[in-house]
Write a new protein. Structure first.
Lengths: 157, 253
């Protein structure tokens, strides 16, 4: 029963991101608590057009760069990839995909419905004390390029 | 005083860190590194005179390659069955056990340190790690999962006492993880982390689950004692039910 609730909530969250809405990480906490409704702070993303025009909306603030920066639209063999990066205090606070190849979005949607969804969240950087780092060191080329161009707009790249 | 050594072996940094106050630790660390070098010389596809290169050139029969090669092949066959063929040491008809050798080398290094009486240590090879006991400060070893974009940061911290952590992804040298059943690169995940009791299984299953794409999480979920944390291309992570129990509370200051 609990699992069914989680699956439904995860589906809502999944649809939200595919449609280009921002889902805050807190909404996924609700999913694990079995709450009937996620309450994502949904804000429409800028429409994913072919023109990669920069759309920074920086908010000056002491302590580092702040704002939202949209990376250029980078094509790969599966379709276009475009990334939006939110910078807070000079650090990446959030990264969202404005455009992903369509088949990927569809398969992600299907997986949100049918897959073994147990928990999910938009990943968050944390600067915790650690002894060891585990991790892949690179991402796919077009993905990294789009993130990089967004960072250059923020003068962090 | 803890003992820590970092050396470049198999084209990656390998760190052995012993927290014990054990006079035999230093020899154990040397022996463990020597074993890494032995496995590299035996199985490197980049060394023309490695046993692997000689087997693949048809100069040496597998049956005449000695116990180390036989043992590797037995392990490869075992894991190929266990992963339903998603791990394969024969992806292109040639013997390529590199997906096995790193985790196996870590595992063998741990056995060497165990024999030397070390109880609190970790062996880290290129971001895959086996921990034992507790850290220099007496608590569990803290293993961060690297943020795939903001690389100086981590996204989760695993509290690892006697635990292995392995992460597969698309690496900077351009190597792709290929789904051996389709021959195409696996594109679902940015990175796939597996936590469990032993590094050999964790490492192989992280790569196999990465190659499985969306089915990968379910595959790990079904393995007793193992959990997974996987990051999709839109930087949304999904993880198995028991994973949170291994993690430190998030510090998002």
């Amino acid at each position: 029963m609990k699992r069914a609730t989680i699956a439904v909530v995860a589906t809502v969250a999944g649809v939200a991101w595919i449609l280009g809405f921002k889902v805050t990480p807190h909404s996924t906490g609700l999913a694990s608590a079995g709450s009937p409704q996620p309450s994502p702070t949904a804000e429409p993303a800028s429409p994913a057009t072919g023109s990669p025009g920069p759309s920074p909306t920086p908010t000056p603030k002491a302590g580092g760069v702040n704002g939202t920066f949209t990376g250029s639209d980078v094509p790969n063999r599966f379709g276009d990839v475009q990334i939006k990066v939110v910078i807070s205090n000079g650090h990446i606070a959030d990264v969202q995909a404005l455009q992903l190849p369509t088949d990927r979005a569809q398969s992600a949607y299907i997986s949100q419905v049918a897959g073994p969804i147990l928990r999910s969240e938009v990943i968050q950087a944390q600067s915790a004390r650690i002894d060891i780092v585990s991790g892949a060191t690179y991402t796919s080329e077009s993905y990294a390029q789009s993130v990089q161009s967004a960072l250059q707009q923020a003068h962090l790249g | 005083m803890p003992l820590r050594q970092v050396r470049e072996v198999m084209g990656m940094p390998v760190t052995i860190h012993v927290a014990d106050d054990n006079p035999a630790a230093s020899e154990g660390v040397d022996e463990a590194f020597a074993d890494f070098v032995l496995l590299d010389r035996t199985f490197s596809p980049f060394l023309a005179d490695s046993l692997l290169s000689r087997i693949n050139r048809g100069e040496l029969a597998v049956s005449e390659s000695g116990a180390l090669v036989q043992q590797a092949l037995d392990l490869c066959r075992h894991y190929e069955r266990a992963t339903r063929g998603y791990f394969s040491a024969w992806p292109h008809g040639r013997l390529e056990p590199s997906g096995l050798v790193k985790g196996w080398a870590i595992d063998r290094a741990c056995s060497i340190l165990d024999r030397r009486g070390c109880r609190h240590y970790f062996v880290d090879a290129g971001g895959d790690v086996q921990t034992r006991g507790s850290s220099d400060t007496g608590g569990p070893w803290r293993v961060g999962i690297r943020h795939p974009v903001d690389r100086g940061d981590v996204v989760r911290v695993i509290l690892a006492a006697d635990l292995a952590v392995a992460t597969s992804g698309t690496y900077e040298k351009g190597a792709h993880i290929v789904n051996p059943h389709t021959g195409k690169p696996a594109e679902d995940w940015l990175s796939f982390t597996v936590v469990g009791p032993d590094i050999l299984t964790a490492d192989i299953c992280a790569t196999a689950a990465f190659a499985m794409g969306d089915e990968g999480l379910g595959f790990i979920e079904a393995m007793p004692g193992f959990e997974a944390y996987a990051i999709e291309r839109n930087l949304v992570a999904r993880w198995t039910a028991g994973f949170d129990a291994f993690c430190a509370a998030p510090d998002r200051s």
